[in-house]
Design a protein around this ligand. Structure first.
Ligand SMILES: [Zn+2]
Length: 86
């Protein structure tokens, strides 16, 4: 579907001090998860998540709900972001 190459950045070092919500995370950032167990990185649909959890949900608060689609690891995964090509 897409051959975009996203360079993952560490969400926590970039944004955690600002405690961003879906609403306040700049819209050109894609949101993804990094598995602490198998190192898999996967991108999520942040707009879908915002609809499900509310635009004013703090993204960091949803970290425990991140589940790896490869190994099923949950609870210790981290958020990653990448600037979407414009
Ligand atoms: Zn995994």
């Amino acid at each position: 579907m897409t051959n975009r190459k996203l360079a993952p950045l560490d969400f926590e070092s970039l944004f955690n001090a600002q405690k961003p919500t879906f609403e306040s995370l700049p819209q050109w950032y894609e949101l993804g998860g990094h598995c602490s167990q198998c190192e898999r990185e996967g991108w999520v649909d942040r707009w879908q998540l915002a609809r499900e959890h509310g635009e004013t949900s703090r993204i960091a608060d949803l970290r425990p709900a991140l589940r790896c689609r490869k190994c099923g690891n949950k609870g210790s995964n981290t958020w990653i972001v990448a600037q979407a090509p414009r």
